[in-house]
Write a protein that binds this ligand. Structure first.
Ligand code: HEC
Length: 224
C-alpha cells in the first residue's frame, strides 16, 4: 500500500507535469485577457461602429457628493476625482499626465490614492527605491508582460519611457506622502533618518526594506 506521502508526491508530480506542459505553450491567455495564445495575432477588432453619442448619464459613487459623466471619468488627461478632500494637491503628472508626450494621468489607472483600478497595479505604499527602479525597468525594456499583446502594460512602458526623472520623483513623492503608513521593522531605521532630517511624522511614510534604503534618495524625494 502506498503511503500518504507517496500519494502526495505522485499528485504533486502530476501538477508540475501539467503546469510545465501548459507553460511550454506560453502563458495562459485568459490570465492576460485574451482568448487566443500568446504569439498569435490579437483577434481582429470588430468593425468600427458609428461613434456613440456622448453618454450624459450622471454617475455617482457611494460616499462622494460629486457627479460625473462617463467621458469625465475616462478623461486620460484629467480623470474625475471622486474624493478630492481625501488628499492634498496632486502633482501635475498624477492629475493630468503630459498630453504632449502622450503620458496619461497616473490617477486614471492608479487613482489619486494609488490603490489602482482592478485591472492595473496598486502603487500605494511601494518602497521608494522599488518604485524608481521599476519605472527605470519599464523604460529600459527590463519589465514587460509575458503576453506582449497586453495593452495596458505596453502603455505603462511608453509612459515610463517618456517621463522625466523629475516627473517620476513627483509621482513617487505623492505616493509617499499619501499612504501614511509605516511597515516593516527595518523601515524604522529609515524613518529615524527621515525624522532627523526634520520631516514631519504625520507626512512621512516609510515602507522601506533594510537592504535597499537609500537615505539620500529618500530625503531628496520628500524634500523636492
Ligand atoms: C493606462 C493605465 C495606466 C496609467 C495611466 C499609468 N499606469 Fe502605471 N501601471 C499600469 C499597469 C497595467 C501596470 C502593471 C504592469 C504589469 O506589470 O503588467 C502598472 C504598473 C505601475 C507600477 C509598478 C507597480 C508594481 O507593483 O510593480 C508603477 C510604479 C506605476 N505603474 C507608476 C505609474 C505612474 C507614475 C504613472 C503616471 C505617469 C502611471 N503608472 C500611469 C497602468 C497604468
Amino acid at each position: 500500500m502506498r503511503s500518504k506521502f507517496g500519494n502526495l508526491m505522485v499528485a504533486l508530480a502530476c501538477v508540475f507535469a501539467t503546469s510545465a506542459s501548459v507553460w511550454a505553450e506560453g502563458p495562459p491567455p485568459w490570465a492576460y485577457g485574451f482568448t487566443t495564445p500568446s504569439g498569435t495575432a490579437a483577434p481582429a477588432p470588430a468593425p468600427a461602429a458609428a461613434p456613440a453619442a456622448p453618454d450624459s448619464t450622471p454617475r455617482h459613487v457611494p460616499g462622494s457628493d460629486k457627479v460625473f459623466v462617463r467621458q469625465q471619468i475616462a478623461n486620460q488627461y484629467g480623470p474625475a476625482d471622486w474624493f478630492p478632500e481625501d488628499h492634498g494637491p496632486l502633482p501635475e503628472i498624477v492629475a493630468h499626465g503630459r498630453q504632449g508626450a502622450m503620458i496619461a494621468a497616473c490617477s486614471l489607472c492608479h487613482y489619486p490614492n494609488g490603490k489602482g483600478r482592478p485591472e492595473n497595479a496598486g502603487v500605494a505604499g511601494l518602497p521608494i527605491s522599488y518604485f524608481i527602479q521599476t519605472m527605470h525597468d519599464f523604460r529600459d525594456g527590463l519589465r514587460k508582460s509575458a503576453d506582449p499583446r497586453k495593452a495596458n502594460t505596453n502603455r505603462m512602458i511608453s509612459f515610463a519611457k517618456n517621463m522625466t526623472e523629475d516627473e517620476i520623483k513627483a509621482a513617487m513623492r505623492r505616493i509617499a506622502s499619501e499612504a501614511r503608513l509605516v511597515a516593516e521593522p527595518s523601515g524604522a531605521v529609515a524613518l529615524a533618518g527621515a525624522l532627523k532630517l526634520g520631516l514631519s511624522p504625520k507626512e512621512t511614510v516609510a515602507v522601506l526594506s533594510g537592504g535597499n534604503v537609500e537615505l539620500k534618495l529618500y530625503a531628496s524625494i520628500l524634500a523636492g
